[in-house]
Design a protein around this ligand. Structure first.
Ligand code: AMP
Length: 412
């Protein structure tokens, strides 16, 4: 297998990778890094967990470093992200990988005062990571000069489309110099993104890793059938009696997230919620606690959880089943990162049988029921019989390529 040194990375980057404990490039890194060194544009169809951030930040750091000139720092690489959490994480990655290089990364996003961001921009920046709205705002106020940008990275482009940022992105692109290298990453390719890629990228290398509907192989998946009224008790039971190291719990609503945290607190289990109604300070505090291990359980809504990049999440617990079903794949992809194994446990109550069926149709597998829990209630499924295409899987069909690790199947 290829090593990072064989990808022609310079020593300061190799040292940083060693500090991070990375030994071998992930597939997207092995493909993207040489192409970016050749000056090519890139279309990366990949979700978080594939190592896509290093696939773009390592070559961008190296190319900027090798062409660095004396004089004031100017924004030469612009990375856009749909959410502040993802922007902050990308910024952290640039800092970690560039730890042995004299390169400055700044992150700007909305929802917080702009003063410190303006100060950082004024003191000189090489790499700017930003959410589109705040970036345009600061540009309109004359605080950002984008006329020296040589690299544009659009991360999670499909999310930007979902969140209505595509016009802002087009406006930003119009502000950039013509001559630059463009990288676009997206987990899916809806028409709006394919169109954007078509106009933005010149003869791009297309790298596709893990098709959207195939959950990561190493994730063990189960469903627990439980009446709605007992979900919270089941959650605290699992966290007390099972070997759960670090759990990310998903709820459908912000209110639901708060209620779960309150219940867990009452049961003596340290937990915090992150969602859109929390201040930036509270979200950062919760994420930091989760990362450093002082907080075992983070309860999040889907929007807040986008791009959460925390290693060592042993369990993803779907307290509420997601809808639409694609969200299931995004959620469970938060565990089993970077070679580790992970478990995804989904609670299904009497109102959610339909959602379970939709997930089973999308992932083309039947989720095994774990009935080893005190509130097991098979009748919650009565509301929706299994669809014919997953009821009787034929040998050799109905299984995503690569297979999914499945605990022994139990009868419903
Ligand atoms: P990403 O897909 O960029 O969100 O990265 C997923 C996770 O994998 C992050 O926690 C990275 O720190 C980690 N990672 C990225 N590249 C490697 C690698 N080559 N070896 C081990 N871990 C990696």
């Amino acid at each position: 297998m290829l090593s990072f040194a064989e990808l022609d990375l310079i020593d300061p980057l190799l040292d940083a990778l060693e500090d991070e404990g990375y030994t071998t490039p992930t597939p997207i890194q092995a493909e993207a890094i040489p192409a970016l060194f050749e000056g090519r544009d890139l279309l990366g169809i990949a979700q978080t967990g594939t190592g896509k951030t290093a696939a773009f930040s390592l070559p961008v750091l190296q190319l900027l470093w090798e062409s660095k000139r004396p004089g004031p720092r100017r924004v030469r690489a612009l990375v856009t992200s749909p959410t502040r959490e993802l922007a902050a994480q990308i910024g952290e990655r640039f800092q970690a990988y560039g730890a042995h290089l004299d390169m400055r990364t700044t992150v700007i996003f909305g929802g917080v005062g702009q003063g410190p961001q303006v100060d950082a921009l004024r003191s000189g920046v090489d790499i700017l990571v930003a959410t589109p709205g705040r970036l345009l705002d600061l540009h309109n106020q004359g605080h950002v000069n984008l006329s020296h940008v040589e690299f544009l990275v659009l991360d999670e482009a499909d999310r930007m489309l979902d969140m209505g940022f595509i016009h802002d992105i087009r406006k930003l692109i119009a502000l950039l110099p013509e001559k630059r290298q463009n990288l676009l990453f997206s987990a899916t390719m809806p028409a709006g993104i394919a169109q954007l890629a078509g106009t933005l990228l010149r003869r791009p290398l297309r790298v596709e890793v893990t098709p959207e509907s195939t959950p990561v192989e190493r994730i063990g998946q189960t469903v627990m059938l439980v009446p709605q009224a007992h979900k919270r008790s089941l959650l605290s039971h699992l966290l007390t009696h099972n070997d759960i190291g670090r759990a990310l719990v998903f709820t459908r609503t912000k209110h639901g997230a708060n209620r779960v945290v309150k219940h867990l607190d009452g049961a003596g289990i340290g937990a915090a919620a992150i969602h859109g109604n929390k201040s930036q300070g509270a979200r950062t505090k919760a994420l930091d606690g989760f990362k450093d291990g002082s907080l075992r359980v983070l309860v999040a809504t889907d929007v807040a959880a986008r791009g959460i990049d925390v290693d060592g999440i042993t369990h993803v617990i779907n307290f509420d089943l997601p809808h639409p079903a694609e969200t299931y794949v995004h959620r469970i992809g938060r565990t089993a990162r970077a070679g580790a194994e992970g478990q995804a446990i989904s609670f299904c109550d009497e109102t959610e049988a339909e959602y379970l069926r939709a997930i089973e149709r999308l992932t083309r597998q039947r989720l095994p029921v774990d009935d080893q829990q005190p509130w097991h209630e098979p009748s919650v499924l009565r509301a929706a019989p299994p669809p014919p295409e997953v009821r009787r899987p034929r040998p050799g069909r109905g299984q995503p390529s690569g297979g999914v690790r499945r605990p022994p199947q139990r009868r419903r």
